[in-house]
Structures are given as structure tokens and as C-alpha cells.
Design a protein around this ligand. Structure first.
Ligand code: UD1
Ligand code: UDP
Length: 372
């Protein structure tokens, strides 16, 4: 089959890296990058690190409001699809690039395959929720990572073309995490060299959701991070450029023990998670990675679509929103400092349950089967 796959953001480059080898073994793939993420540290560096081929089409569409960005993508993707005439269009996740790819394909009558279908936060104020719902309702193949996703789709009347395949990102995380378990891997990272990080001696954070860039939310989560950070256990915050810009516009300074670092590569990010006392994040990808690595995790959002990750975490993953008291309570329980913390860290290292699930192969095969 001739498949156009559409990516645009950091997590989509990571997902594409997990799927692309399997996809190309069976299919003729045309790789399209909308350019939604464009900084070297957010996009360019991942091509090299993850061995991704250069895109066949780079559309160079990043920045702007939700509508501007999505709007500019539509005619650009349409031109590619008219020229390439694929049998299917494959989109990943829930970004504006996902929405644009699915919408243009559906309008041209080209079947859509959606990887990471069925997830719902049930909060339509999130741009991602709107993107997911629309992409799912336009898709012929719905590759679902979790049982809850299948139930969500059924509740919306979608049962045809639904396959529970597991989580594509787990395959990549399983491959890489085995290499970075050794504390020497942490010592070799630039953030560790710059900040003198030790296993269990810091908290790792990422924050980038649109709702967490609103002024009141910026005040709340920077205060939350300040309250859990200390000289003995600083917060290392890998700062998304959009979040950095929002902090600057709001005139908010981070506390001294909250150490901002630039966006990191994939391997370094897994390393920083694996050796942290805990992770604090509003990222969907980081949440799951923390769960797979068994690292305590506070979710800095009021809801999560990764309900199984919370339910199966033995209490190690807690949805705290931006509530400082809940964050402090949860950390005291799941990531205590001192001897208790050291024991938990040692136990964790001994039982990383991560194995590749072969999700890329399943998706590539199912694309064949449904069409025939
Ligand atoms: C997008 C996705 C979000 C995903 C995230 C992954 C949507 C609606 N949101 O959010 O679901 O979790 O990517 O990281 O699609 N910027 C730069 N350089 C870059 C990229 C972004 O400076 O390389 C800045 C720009 O000011 C831009 C802002 O960040 O306007 C927001 O970027 P955008 O791609 O619109 O949304 P994200 O917040 O990255
Ligand atoms: N990630 C990364 N560098 C960073 C922060 C995150 O490589 O500085 C990785 C992270 O390990 C995960 C993915 O990016 O694999 C998650 O993407 P992101 O948080 O941007 O988006 P989301 O998953 O929330 O859509």
C-alpha cells in the first residue's frame, strides 16, 4: 500500500521512529512533516538521534493560533495528497497536524489510519481533545493503545476498524531504557554534568499544555514546583519553548531550586526520568514513560486520558492538577527524601517491567489486512 504519514511535533517524530521501520518493511511510505515543531531541539535533533529519514515533504508550518496553524496546514497537505495519490493517510496522536492530516484526507476520500485512537480526557477545552474526537470519527483504521480507548470509541458508536494494539511508544522506550539504567548513563548527560545530578537527588519536570500557559496556571505551577524544590533535591525542568515564551510574557521567574534546561533529546529525557526521585509533568508521553519505568509521577493536569497508567501504578502516579498541598502529600508518600527514598529507588531499579510489545509490526500488518 502507498501510505502518506503526517507528523509535525516532537512526540510524533518519536512515534514515527517507532513505527517507520515496520511500516516500510510492508508498505511504500511517503513521510510528510508539517513543521509544527521547528526548533532544532524540538524537531531537527530527533531525526538524527532516532534515525528518521528526511521528510519527503516539509511544509514549514509552525506557530500561530490554533485556527491559523491548522488552517495553513490544510491546503499544504491537500497539495501533497493530490500529488502523491496514496491509498491511505496515517496520522498520530492528537495535535493540530493530526487534525489537519485527517481532515484533508477525509475530504479527498482517502482512508485515514489513526495511531493512538480512542483516548479521551472528556475535557473539550483542551485542543487535543477536539483533535482526537474529530480524527477518530474520520478514521477507517483506529489503532488503540488501551482498553479504555476501545470503550470510549464504543460509547461514541465507533466499533468498525478498531484494533487494540498497545502503545507504540513502549517499544521505543523498552529499547532505549535498557541502555540507560546504569547511573553512569545519568552522569554522562549534559544536564547532569552541568547541575551535578545524582540518582534520586532531583525531581524531573516538563510542562507545556496550552491550559498550563494561561497566566493563572503559570503562577500556580511555578509555585507548585518552587514548593517541592530544595537545594538538596532541585527540580530539573526541561522547558518547552512555548512555555518559556509564556513565562517571559507573564514576567514570571522560576525559583532558584527550579533549574530550567533546554528541551532534551529522547535518550537523555528517558535517562533523566529513570534516575529521578519523581517526575512532575502534564505531558502524555512522559506520563506513560514514567509509568513504564516505575518512576513516581505527579500529573500536573486535572484529568488524564491515560487512566490505566494511574490505575495500574500501585499509587505511584497521582493526578494532582496544580494543587500544591496534594503535590506535597503525594511526594512525601511516593518519593520520600532520605533513607526511605533511597530504598524505593533501589527497589525500582530492580523491577523495571518494560518489554517491547511489537506494536509497530501489528499496525503495519493490520493496515494490509483491513484493506484486503
Ligand atoms: C503541541 C500539541 C500538543 C503536544 C505538544 C508536544 C496541538 C494543539 N498541541 O503543543 O498536543 O502535546 O505539541 O510537545 O497541536 N514553539 C517554538 N518552537 C518549536 C515549537 C513551538 O518556539 O519548535 C513555540 C511557538 O511559540 C508556538 C508554541 O511554542 O506558537 C506552541 O507550539 P504548538 O506546536 O502550537 O503547540 P505545543 O504547545 O507545542
Ligand atoms: N521528550 C523529549 N525531550 C524533552 C521532553 C520530552 O524527548 O525535553 C519526549 C518524552 O520523553 C516523550 C515525548 O517527548 O517521549 C513526549 O512529548 P511531549 O511531552 O512533547 O508531548 P505529549 O506527549 O504531551 O503530546
Amino acid at each position: 500500500m502507498r501510505i502518506v504519514s503526517v507528523v509535525g511535533t516532537r512526540p510524533q517524530l518519536i512515534k514515527a521512529a517507532a513505527l517507520l521501520p515496520a511500516l516500510r518493511r510492508r508498505h511504500d511510505e511517503v513521510f510528510v512533516d508539517t513543521g509544527q515543531h521547528y526548533d532544532e531541539a524540538m524537531a531537527g535533533a530527533f531525526f538524527e538521534e532516532l534515525g528518521l529519514p528526511r521528510p519527503d515533504h516539509s511544509l514549514g508550518i509552525g506557530g500561530g493560533s490554533q485556527a491559523e496553524q491548522t488552517g495553513r496546514m490544510l491546503p499544504a497537505i491537500e497539495a501533497v495528497l493530490l500529488a502523491e495519490r496514496p491509498d491511505a493517510v496515517l496520522v498520530y496522536g492528537d495535535t493540530n497536524s493530526t487534525l489537519a492530516g485527517a481532515l484533508v484526507a477525509a475530504k479527498l476520500g482517502i482512508p485515514v489510519a489513526h495511531v493512538e485512537a480512542g483516548l479521551r480526557s472528556f475535557d473539550r477545552r483542551m485542543p487535543e481533545e477536539v483533535n482526537r474526537v474529530v480524527a477518530d470519527h474520520l478514521s477507517r483504521w483506529l489503532f488503540v493503545p488501551t482498553p479504555a480507548g476501545v470503550a470510549n470509541l464504543a460509547a461514541e458508536g465507533i466499533t468498525e476498524g478498531v484494533s487494540l494494539v498497545g502503545d507504540l511508544m513502549q517499544d521505543l522506550a523498552a529499547r532505549v531504557s535498557a541502555d540507560v539504567r546504569d547511573p553512569a548513563a545519568l552522569a554522562a548527560t549534559v544536564p547532569s554534568r552541568d547541575l551535578g545530578l545524582t540518582p534520586g537527588g532531583y525531581l524531573f519536570a516538563t510542562v507545556h499544555r496550552a491550559e498550563n500557559r494561561e497566566p493563572a496556571a503559570l503562577v500556580a505551577w511555578t509555585a507548585l514546583l518552587a514548593s517541592v524544590a530544595s537545594a538538596e533535591r532541585p527540580v530539573v525542568l526541561a522547558l518547552h519553548p512555548g512555555t518559556a515564551a509564556a513565562l517571559e510574557a507573564a514576567g514570571i521567574r522560576l525559583a532558584d531550586d527550579v533549574r530550567a534546561i533546554p528541551p532534551q533529546g529522547y535518550r537523555t529525557t528517558l535517562t533523566l526520568q529513570l534516575h529521578a526521585a519523581a517526575v512532575l509533568t502534564d505531558s502524555g508521553g512522559v506520563q506513560r514513560e514514567a509509568a513504564w519505568l516505575g518512576v513516581p509521577c505527579l500529573v500536573l493536569r486535572p484529568t488524564t486520558e491515560w487512566v490505566e497508567a494511574v490505575a495500574e501504578s500501585d499509587g505511584r502516579m497521582v493526578v494532582v492538577g496544580l494543587d500544591r498541598a496534594r503535590a506535597a502529600d503525594a511526594l512525601a508518600r511516593i518519593a520520600p527524601t532520605g533513607a526511605a527514598g533511597a530504598t524505593l529507588l533501589a527497589e525500582r531499579a530492580a523491577r523495571i517491567p518494560l518489554v517491547p510489545a511489537g506494536v509497530g509490526d501489528s499496525i503495519a500488518r493490520l493496515l494490509d489486512e483491513v484493506v484486503r
